[in-house]
Write a protein that binds this ligand. Structure first.
Ligand SMILES: [Zn+2]
Length: 245
């Protein structure tokens, strides 16, 4: 899960209408769901981390620091579930890249690093919050062709695209045009963590990817030279319970 830096609120007061924050959030974080990492051209929603539907958090409806961006699937699964910052890993305050492992079968699971840090349960909380631990559902069109409608199926598609791109680059590593095309394809498709995993042994491409996804470099979660994740996160926004991993 891509760690992000939201930065200071673009306005001094809370948002009267939280949807007015969307433009600023997209500018800072890109057109991606903050949880499942998909590129969402339309219907990307301002997501209240602590749900505005729970009375305890109703006062945070206009609060910039309570916003991320989410797709319909993640948003509707998360709904009004309580979010206790001390018990969950979140992309605006923790190094959520190192906390999860993306595997070829399309699954997302808590990583070895999360287990080693004793944070496996917190990582599970994050996945169940948005249903990212759900298994793949096979959907077929009228011709029997599998259609990638859900998040798992889309992860599988992007795995395949990223591996094809890597194979091409491996045959001509200094091809700047291929590097550029691959970076743009990644930015257009989303799933930052999959691209970073596929290019795990290529710091040049990883640096390109970190820069291609808005708000990632500024999270301070990646070493600028090695591109390895820095943990715990520096939590530059100084958010409560940030920097757990
Ligand atoms: Zn999503």
């Amino acid at each position: 899960m891509r760690p992000v830096f939201r930065g200071n609120s673009p306005q001094p007061a809370d948002f009267h209408n939280y949807e007015d924050a969307k433009l600023f959030l997209v500018s800072r974080l890109g057109h991606y769901c903050s949880y499942c990492e998909r590129y969402i051209a339309t219907q990307l929603a301002v997501e209240h981390i602590q749900p505005k539907g729970l009375p305890a958090y109703a006062h945070l409806e206009g609060s910039w620091n309570n916003y991320l961006l989410a797709c319909v699937n993640c948003n509707s699964t998360k709904k009004d579930k309580d979010v206790v910052f001390s018990d969950v890993l979140l992309p605006d305050r923790d190094n959520t890249f190192i906390a999860f492992e993306y595997t070829l079968d399309g699954r997302v699971t808590p990583s070895a690093a999360a287990r080693k840090a004793g944070l496996e349960m917190f990582a599970h909380h994050t996945l169940s919050l948005t249903g990212l631990d759900k298994s793949v559902s096979k959907i077929f069109d009228e011709n029997g062709k599998a259609v990638a409608l859900d998040r798992v199926a889309q992860r599988l598609e992007v795995w395949s695209e990223a591996q094809d791109a890597k194979n091409d680059l491996d045959s001509d590593p200094s091809n700047l045009l291929a590097q550029d095309v691959t970076t743009k394809l990644a930015a257009a498709r989303g799933f930052f963590s999959i691209w970073m995993t596929v290019f795990h042994d290529n710091p040049n491409m990883r640096n390109r990817l970190i820069d291609a996804f808005e708000g990632t470099r500024a999270s301070g979660c990646f070493d600028p030279v090695t591109t390895l994740p820095i943990s715990p996160a520096s939590n530059p926004d100084k958010l409560p319970h940030g920097g757990k991993i």
